[in-house]
Design a protein around this ligand. Structure first.
Ligand code: PAF
Length: 286
């Protein structure tokens, strides 16, 4: 596995792979990797990418001034060991000055898909994500890029951006990886103390409750969302940010009664102690 800190070095290696006829698989991350990230790397390897390339970069642009940029967990040695074990060929771990050598005046923003849910609570977040991901796509060149469904709205933003701007990148969404008790894996889970860690399972419980009421015949979006809200509300350590039932393609809230065969997505976000946790679940209406 080769580890580089420069954009030129990373480009050179990936150009070499394509020159030899191989496909590049790209896994953009902010480090502090867990099995959710490893599953994206393993997917790239299993899909036959000639090289799986990981980027590890805590992107300042996607953090607001009051957020956890300075304290975001970092452990490069551990991250590199995880990458190696997952079959990664190249890692780009650039310093901030390599990615942003001068104040950036160009930003990429994706309207509508970014507007609600995470975008309502963190108004500058998705422009920061779309800008760094467009830089990473330009740096990596033609590839398949793997993103987790855990950040379902981010996946929608990046997919739309790649289409709108004709990046030669196929965006691949990959399933959420969960702890044995259902908590979705996230680098920020490290912030949870023992009590909060137990309380955090309420997000998964709420999504399962939402899926169960749909399964039981409920077709009113408002009643389904109420079930999510009530479940999160039953956990005193959790403060609900949003609970939504949306169309998975557009992220528009479902307004009409659900129809048989319809694909929907349940999403919840809640503050549990220090971290804001996100989770979501896809349901096909019976
Ligand atoms: O999901 C993340 O870790 C980040 O938002 C990403 C996509 C690597 C951009 O910084």
């Amino acid at each position: 596995m080769q580890v580089v800190e420069t954009i030129a070095g990373f480009r050179h290696l990936l150009d070499g792979t394509r020159h030899d006829g191989g496909r590049v698989g790209l896994v953009p991350t902010m480090g502090y990797l867990h099995d959710g990230h490893a599953s994206l790397m393993r997917r790239s390897v299993a899909d036959g990418d000639a090289v799986t390339a990981v980027t590890i970069f805590v992107n300042p642009l996607q953090f607001a001034a009051n957020e956890d940029l300075a304290s975001y967990p970092r452990d490069l040695d551990r991250d590199l060991a995880l990458c190696e074990a997952a079959g990664v060929g190249v890692v780009l771990a650039p310093p901030v000055e390599e990615m942003y050598p001068e104040p950036i005046l160009t930003t990429v923003s994706v309207a509508e898909v970014s507007a609600r849910m995470e975008g309502a609570t963190r108004p500058t977040h998705f422009a920061g994500v779309a800008t760094v991901v467009s830089k990473l796509f330009n740096i990596a060149g033609p590839c398949r890029a793997y993103f987790g469904e855990k950040d379902f709205q981010q996946l929608a933003v990046v997919t739309k951006m790649a289409r709108d701007l004709n990046f030669p990148v196929e965006v691949v969404g990959c399933p959420i990886v969960r702890e044995p008790d259902g908590l979705a894996m996230s680098s920020r889970n490290v912030y949870l103390d023992e009590h909060e860690r137990r309380a955090a399972t309420v997000l998964w419980a709420a999504l399962q409750r939402g899926a169960a009421v749909i399964e039981a015949g409920e077709r009113s979006p408002a009643a389904i969302v109420d079930a999510l809200v009530a479940t999160v509300g039953s956990e005193p350590r959790a403060t609900l940010d949003y609970a939504e039932l949306v169309d998975p393609a557009t992220l528009a809230p479902c307004a009409e009664p659900l129809a048989s065969g319809q694909e929907v997505r349940l999403l919840v976000a809640a503050q549990v102690g220090r971290p804001r946790l996100l989770d979501n679940l896809g349901v096909t209406v019976p």
